[in-house]
Design a protein around this ligand. Sequence first.
Ligand code: LR7
Ligand code: MN
Length: 567
Amino acid sequence: MLRSCFRLKRIHLKLFFIAIIIVSLIFIYLKMKIPNDIELENRQKFVNTENNVFEQKLREWEGKIIPGLGDNGETAFLDGQDALDGEKALKKFALNTVLSDRMPLDRKLRDPRNNKCKSLNYSPKLKASIVVIFYNELMSVILRTVWSVLLQTPSHLLQEIILVDDCSTDESLKGLLQYYLDTRLKEYNIKLIRLKHRMGLIRARLQGARIAQGDVLIFLDAHCEATKDWIEPLLARIEEEKTAVLVPIIDVIEASNLAYSTNGDSSFQVGGFSWSGHFTWIDIQDENDKGKVTPIKSPTMAGGLFAIDRNFFWDIGSYDEQMDGWGGENLEMSFRIWQCGGRLETVPCSRVGHIFRDFHPYSFPDNKDTHGINTARLAHVWMDDYKRLFFMYQPGLENNPIVGDLTHRKQLKQKLKCKSFKWYLDNVYPEKFVPDENVFGYGQVKTEFDMCLDDLQLSEDKVGPLGLYQCHQFLAVSQYFSLSNKGELRKENFCAEVFKEQDVQLTECHGHKREQYWILYKNGTIYHPASKKCLSSDGVENGKGAKVERCNGSVFQKWIFNHINQT
Ligand code: LR7
Ligand code: MN
């Protein structure tokens, strides 16, 4: 009995071992047979090794960072080969990428605010979602933006940071950035979304805004650095006035040496625009506003850095989703906000640096002029009859189907019962010069020899001679001048001024008459009282600067304006 029992046990044991062997064989067989599993395992291995590669890359990079470089926003230098590589990079990317990679991502910045700001206390309760979009930006620059937000924003005011990759092609942004966030910044709420197609900055921002959950949206370009207490005055103002859209003072971070420069501590500018559809900086118009630390009215905004109540953003029409690429959305939003019941303000106690680059380091699909097309869209919708002035610069876009369908945006304007562009000019930006209103004459300014005053293609922000050129058959912008009611012979913000008693230059209008003051007489002479001379075409060659000479009543001193306003 005992024996048989023992035998039975041995048989069981044998069977047990055989079963184990069979199960193991089946297991091994299945493992070889089912490719999915193998793939899974391999994938895991791949992810692991990839992580190791990422980890290695990050460590290598982190090991090269020079502690203290660029601290306090000071000009930073590299030596030897690095300096040469940096110069090359600057030419290629409009940014010293070599220097950026060596500079700590969490560098310390000076508090750039004016002293009066430092004594103000705000205790907002709103939370912000920071939306940062990018296309092929340098990873260290994106991360410095992120770090500056994390370091300068109290955590109870920060809902999240949303990074939107507009389908960059740059390899390092594909996995390394996510890995950095997952390992180095894992305790923060940072989302990275990658768009499947390049959408352009307008739609990329919309994608970010759609997933945002904070009370306030704050958009930043991907090459910014926030400074001390930057967010409090923005949130506090929105808490007080939901329809206020806010811009910080935008300081310059130099692309060549990443210096954070502030021009003095209290002077700053607000936003304007040119009739060619570009954003411009303008001096604060109201003397009482200068030196203030409370929010100041701004007719437009640059577009890249602003704070807006999240619900208000959607109620007021977010963005024109049919705008492609780059450009135009900033003026569109500025006009829309003012015309449809909001306000745009610059907040002097909030300061954020932005790297200003000399050119775009990226191209656009099909090389389309997206700025022109987008601006044509906004001109049709928001500028009413004043769009005539923009289309003078872009006649080819006025009735061009490339501009696309505008039905939705026009419906929005009706739904929100928005005011006219004339209302905007009269109430928000009364200083804006309208070249065919409040003027004695405008258009081409001709001599009897078919020569016309011409800006000789002077770029919008440069000073140069008031030229003479053969009159174009059709009125081109380069030959469009006005004689304002104040006696300025001008073009947008440039006024003809006499230098060295005879040369006539186009230089920034100052509004104080003096050497920018001209009188148009009925006989066609344009008299310059400060020099007691007359505008003259005598002896001036095609393409050269005009002159003033002693008045002599000759045909060289007779000018005919295309349009004369009867007064
Ligand atoms: O296809 C693109 N997809 C993108 O995501 C092209 C660009 N981008 C990203 C890009 O990586 C960057 O983060 O969009 C952001 C803005 O592009 P920039 O930095 O090349 O533009 P910018 O600074 O030269 O241009 C200004 O005008 C633009 C008009 O469309 C935008 O509104 C920018 O945000 C705006 N920048 C600022 O307002 C910063 C202050 C500069 C001034 C004046
Ligand atoms: Mn930018």
